[in-house]
Design a protein around this ligand. Structure first.
Ligand code: BES
Ligand code: MN
Ligand code: ZN
Length: 496
């Protein structure tokens, strides 16, 4: 799908459909006098009076099929007082889906109609296009490919402006990033195992001018990444640690922003096997890593001026004669000994090595890790908002604010110091799990142990939001790609 920006008078609008957003109980034709020039038949189209503009409503009005603009697709946004950029994002996602179901090849969006809404035209355009592109997202491994007929979205504007160009470009890369994360997340464990995830990262890095180093089993042994190695040792697919670095010219010596992602390509629970119900969803247990990968490659595509590092902890958690056991004591990369309690708490082990690694090797300006870490987080916050833990208020506030803009919601949770003692081990430096209660918090506290105290750090627990059980306009059933966009936006921000 291609986005074309074109300077066009309404008389010259030519497409199979023109998409127009409209609030509840507002008159479409009066609202947009341009429409009267582009499709004068609209005012007398019999169905127009049935359009209410309710949120989620889509109505199509037809002119004669031979006209250069034979359809008007009206998108209801609900009451004007409830308007938010998110409404537009969803509305245009629904419009994209409608175009696909009608098998249209092109459609037109008049950017001028954004002037009618609060929020600033460039930002609204960004959200609209982002939504439109995600509305087109689909994932299929069927032998017969359906394929989307839609080839172009034309943005018609009264005059050329850099702001419009920039908004469209941003939105395309943001949507690309989210879609990449979704694709990787949706791939099953037999197709995307640690070596494969590392390979995908290597290819993407190479194509986009990002450095990529892959640590295989023997190099992980040299590093002393005892925790990540243990998690992967029951699988026939050995673990990988992927280290990506984006350093624009002149900034090679800057302290980077570091992203660390949990990349468990399949989480069976290991010897502490998970119940069969919903185990298939654990192919998504690498969505943290996918979000980091998508963000750093997206940042390179945007050519942002900021040094970035992304670490992916790739392993498959399987039960086997060689698997790690409850009771095992592991030595992490920084030398801390860790007592394993439950082999299903594997994510934090790989992250422990990666956090220690990134602190030691890169001295980051800030670290953000992202992981489908705990069922407890999903229980606490449900499926629409992710957990955000942070040692730094400014970093946390930035992530939450960016998330809200992009439609990825985060809610701050406490790194409650009173629970630290629950991770005490009798025989090792630290025990890797505590009781069920407060499980998301104790997991975060475990991770905190591997981060240098002087580096601002946030931990994003996306268990619960990485997967949609029910399709919606912005996302079909399956992986959501949650986090890719927020991390990419964060990478563009000045943190200090
Ligand atoms: N990957 C799971 C967490 C998860 C659960 C993600 C549901 C998405 C949906 C993680 O590895 C896990 O199994 N965590 C355990 C930790 C426990 C054993 C301390 C959990 O949450 O039950
Ligand atoms: Mn697990
Ligand atoms: Zn897991």
């Amino acid at each position: 799908m291609e986005i074309k920006i074109q300077v066009r008078n309404p008389d010259a609008w030519k497409a199979q459909a023109v998409i127009v957003p409209c609030c509840e109980n507002e008159n479409l034709v009066e609202q947009y006098p341009e429409l009267d020039r582009a499709c004068p038949w609209l005012a007398i189209a019999p169905a127009v009076c049935d359009f209410r503009g309710e949120n989620g409503e889509i109505e199509i009005f037809y002119g004669h099929p031979d006209l250069q603009l034979p359809r008007v697709m009206a998108i209801g946004l609900g009451k004007r007082s409830d308007f938010s950029p998110g409404r537009l994002r969803e509305g245009l996602a629904a419009a994209a889906r409608k175009c696909v179901s009608l098998k249209l090849e092109n459609c037109l969006f008049p950017t001028g109609c954004l002037e009618k809404f609060d929020g600033g035209a460039p930002r609204l355009l960004r959200e609209g296009i982002y939504g439109f592109l995600l509305g087109l997202y689909e994932f299929s491994l069927k032998s017969e490919k359906s394929g989307i007929s839609l080839k172009t979205l034309e943005l018609a504007c009264a005059e050329r402006s850099d702001q419009i160009d920039q908004a469209a470009k941003d939105a395309e890369i943001l949507a690309w990033a989210t879609s990449l994360a979704r694709d990787l997340d949706n791939l099953p464990g037999n197709m995307l195992y640690p070596e494969q995830l590392a390979l995908r990262a290597t290819e993407l890095a190479l194509a986009n001018g990002v450095k990529c180093e892959v640590y295989d089993k023997s190099r992980l042994e040299e590093l002393g990444a005892g925790c990540l190695l243990a998690v992967g040792q029951g699988s026939s697919h050995p673990p990988r640690l992927v280290v990506l670095e984006y350093a624009p010219a002149g900034l090679e010596k800057d302290r980077p922003l570091a992203l660390v992602g949990k990349g468990i390509t399949f989480d069976s629970g290991g010897l502490c096997l998970k119940p069969a119900a919903n185990m298939a969803q654990m192919k998504c247990d690498m969505s943290g890593a996918a979000a980091c990968l998508a963000a750093i490659i997206g940042a390179a595509k945007m050519k942002i001026r900021r040094r970035l590092v992304a670490i992916l902890t790739c392993a498959e958690n399987m039960p086997d004669g060689g698997a790690y056991r409850p009771g095992d004591v592991l030595t992490a990369l920084d030398g801390q000994t860790v007592e394993v309690i439950n082999t299903d708490a594997e994510g934090r082990l790989g992250l422990a090595d990666a956090l220690a690694f990134v602190c030691r090797n890169f001295e980051p300006e800030a670290i953000v890790d992202i992981a489908t870490l705990t069922g407890a987080c999903a229980v606490a916050l449900g499926n629409e908002v992710a957990g955000l833990f942070s040692t730094d208020d400014a970093l946390a506030a930035k992530i939450a604010a960016l998330g809200e803009i992009g439609g990825e919601n985060f809610w701050r949770m406490p790194l409650w110091p009173g629970y630290r003692d629950s991770l005490k081990s009798r025989i090792a430096d630290i025990s890797h799990t505590a009781s069920r209660e407060g499980g998301a918090i104790t997991a975060a506290l475990f991770l905190k142990n591997f981060v240098s105290p002087d580096i601002p750090w946030s931990h994003l627990d996306i268990a619960g939001v990485d997967w949609k059980a029910k399709s919606c306009a912005l996302c079909p059933e399956g992986a959501t790609g949650f986090g890719a966009r927020t991390l990419l936006e964060l990478a563009r921000q000045v943190l200090a």
